[in-house]
Ligand binder design. Structure first.
Ligand code: NAP
Length: 306
C-alpha cells in the first residue's frame, strides 16, 4: 500500500482532537511534520511556514489544513506552490469567491484539492441518503443547537463577521445537501446578533425542497443537553438523524449504522482522491450560508459573555 507523507497546518482544537489521532491510526498516511505558530503535536517536528517544512521534508506530498476559514487562500496558494496535494477543514474559506477558486488553482498546479465536510461522513448519513431515495419528502426539521462556550472556548475567530453559529450550522447543511434529492432554495431567514458581536449567535432558515418546507434552527447558546438532530417526514415513514447524524432511526426504531469515526472516513476519502487523482470541492453548504446573509433579517439580542 502507498503511504502518503502528510503535514498538518494549524495545530488547534480539531487538529489535536481528530486529525493527529486519525492519521496516527491510519496505515495510509504518515504524519511527518506540522506547520504551526505554536507548539507542534508531541513527537512531530514543527515549522513556522510551509516553505520551511517542505525544505526540511521534501518527501511530504500533502497537507491537511486546520486553520480557521479566514486566511486559507494564502495557505492553499503556498501549499500548491510547493507541489502539495491539499485537504481543508470546513468551512472552506472566508468568502464564496475565494472558495470557488481553490479547485481551479489546484488543477492548474496539477494537485488534488479536497474541501472536506466531516459531518457528511457521520455513520448515519449514507444509510439515510439511501433510505430517502425514491421517497416523497413532506417536511424537514433541523435543530442544531450547542453551547459555544463548551465547543469553542476562547476562540476569537468564531465571532468574526460571517461565522458565528454557522460554524456548526454548516455541518447540518452539509448533511442536508448530501441526503436530500432536490436542491434547497432559501425563502427567508432571521439572523440574531449579540449586541457586542459581529456574527450571529442564532439563526432560523426556511427553505423549500420542491413542495416540502424545510425549517432549520441553529443556536450557539444552548445550555444543558446539546441537540444535533434532523427529522424528515416522508410518504414512507419518519427518518431521524441524531447526535450529529451518527445515529439513525426510522419510525422511532434505531437502525444499525456502525460506529466508524467521521475523520477515519474523511482520510479514507482523501486517499481515494489521491489514488484516482480527482478533486472534490462541493461548495453547496457554504452557498446556503451566503444566501442567509443575503436574504436574512437581522435582529440584535443581548450581549454574549463567555
Ligand atoms: P482553533 O482551536 O482556534 O485552532 C486553529 C489553529 O489555526 C490555531 O491553533 C492556529 O494554529 C491556526 N491559526 C492560523 N491563523 C489563525 C487565526 N487567525 N486565529 C486563530 N488560529 C489561527 O480552531 P479549531 O476549532 O481547531 O478549528 C479550526 C477549523 O476546523 C475551523 O475551520 C473549524 O470550523 C474546523 N472544525 C473545528 C471543530 C471543533 O470541534 N473545534 C470540528 C470540526 C471542524 P497554530 O497554533 O498551530 O499556529
Amino acid at each position: 500500500m502507498t503511504v502518503t507523507k502528510i503535514a498538518l497546518v494549524g495545530i488547534g482544537k480539531i487538529a489535536r482532537d481528530q486529525h493527529v489521532p486519525t492519521i496516527a491510526a491510519s496505515d495510509r498516511f504518515e504524519l511527518v511534520a506540522a506547520v504551526t505558530g505554536h507548539e507542534p503535536p508531541e513527537g512531530v517536528p514543527g515549522y513556522r511556514t510551509i516553505a520551511q517544512m517542505k525544505e526540511a521534508h521534501p518527501d511530504v506530498q500533502a497537507v491537511s489544513i486546520c486553520t480557521p476559514p479566514r486566511g486559507r487562500m494564502k495557505v492553499i496558494a503556498d501549499a500548491l506552490a510547493h507541489d502539495l496535494d491539499v485537504m481543508i477543514e470546513k468551512p472552506p474559506a472566508a468568502t464564496i469567491s475565494e472558495a470557488a477558486t481553490f479547485a481551479g488553482m489546484a488543477e492548474k498546479a496539477g494537485r488534488i484539492f479536497y474541501a472536506t465536510w466531516h459531518s457528511r461522513e457521520a455513520a448515519g448519513v449514507e444509510p439515510a441518503r439511501k433510505w430517502l431515495n425514491g421517497k416523497e419528502i413532506h417536511r424537514v426539521d433541523v435543530n442544531w443547537k450547542e453551547d459555544v462556550r463548551v465547543w469553542h472556548p476562547g476562540q476569537e475567530w468564531i465571532w468574526e463577521p460571517g461565522i458565528g453559529v454557522f460554524d456548526p450550522g454548516i455541518n447540518a447543511l452539509s448533511v442536508l445537501t448530501h441526503i436530500l434529492p432536490e436542491p434547497l432554495m432559501l425563502k427567508s431567514a432571521e439572523l440574531r446578533f449579540p449586541a457586542n458581536r459581529d456574527a450571529p449567535i442564532a439563526v432560523d432558515l426556511d427553505f423549500d425542497h420542491g413542495q416540502a418546507p424545510v425549517r432549520v434552527e441553529f443556536d450557539f447558546d444552548q445550555r444543558g443537553p446539546q441537540t444535533w438532530d434532523i427529522d424528515i417526514e416522508t410518504d414512507g415513514g419518519h427518518l431521524k438523524l441524531s447526535k450529529g447524524a451518527s445515529q439513525l432511526a426510522i419510525d422511532g426504531k434505531p437502525v444499525e449504522v456502525g460506529d466508524e469515526s467521521e475523520y477515519t472516513r474523511l482520510y479514507r476519502h482523501f486517499a481515494e482522491l489521491l489514488d484516482s487523482r480527482q478533486s472534490d470541492a462541493d461548495l453547496s453548504p457554504f452557498r446556503h450560508v451566503a444566501d442567509a446573509f443575503l436574504l436574512g433579517r437581522r435582529r440584535e439580542v443581548g450581549a454574549f459573555e463567555e
